[in-house]
Design a protein. Structure first.
Length: 240
């Protein structure tokens, strides 16, 4: 629920006449222009989910993804579970999504279609955990050591899981206080078209809307006891 609405996925859209190389970072708008119906950009990755219906089909899809990735020398993160396959694409050398990821995404979509798998981009999301603190530098080493996290080279106020499987921790400025109060909160990044529905569902489940002043960048919600969380998207943010 940070007041800082910068986001690496909401950079200025590249000029239509500008050639996009394999090292050009793509914004959310750039990705939308590629018409990747089965994929959503969440932070610095393309996310796809494909329902396979059974484990054997999932294995075939993963094998196909592996072969395609090796051929393109560009390797995704893939999770195989019953009954779905989750895929995350990012160009790690430049720290975000490029045309390499777009090409591999198209190939994976084709592979999934031929196997009869169903794309569910509406189900992808990324959870971050926000820490309200008046001095992140003071506590950052503790949380890094406890969780085995590393500093984010691009953002000083973040700690990241080097394996990419655990939620990112980021720090939000807060006033110094001695009386215990909520200091941790969840930020859930979802596709833009999902956000308002998720907010509505949370309110119907007993929550309250604290603020939609910064929507569609984020909505602040609270449970019945006042504990807050945010639904966030890449829209409505300043260039990073």
């Amino acid at each position: 629920m940070s007041d800082d609405t910068s986001d690496t996925t909401d950079q200025t859209t590249t000029d239509p006449g500008e050639e996009r190389t394999d090292t050009t970072l793509l914004s959310g708008h750039d990705v939308e222009a590629e018409l990747l119906a089965d994929w959503r950009i969440l932070f610095s990755r393309l996310h796809g989910r494909f329902e396979t219906g059974d484990f054997a089909t999932g294995v075939k899809l993963v094998e196909g993804i592996g072969a395609a990735a090796d051929e393109m020398d560009h390797h995704p993160d893939v999770d195989l579970t019953y009954p779905r396959v989750d895929v995350r694409l990012s160009s790690h050398d430049v720290g975000g999504v490029t045309m390499r990821d777009v090409r591999l995404a198209r190939t994976i979509t084709d592979l999934a279609g031929r196997l009869g798998a169903t794309a569910r981009p509406d189900e992808v999301s990324v959870l971050e955990v926000g820490l309200d603190t008046w001095d992140f530098a003071e506590v950052k080493p503790f949380w890094a050591a406890l969780l085995g996290y590393e500093s984010n080279d691009r953002f000083e106020d973040e700690l990241v899981d080097p394996d990419g499987t655990m939620p990112t921790i980021w720090a939000q400025d807060a006033e110094r206080h001695d009386r215990p109060q909520q200091r941790w909160h969840f930020d859930l990044r979802v596709p833009p078209e999902v956000a308002e529905r998720r907010v509505k569902q949370a309110i119907e489940a007993g929550g309250t809307l604290v603020s939609d002043e910064r929507a569609p960048a984020f909505w602040v919600l609270a449970d019945a006891q006042g504990n807050q969380a945010c639904i966030t998207t890449w829209l409505g943010r300043n260039p990073a």
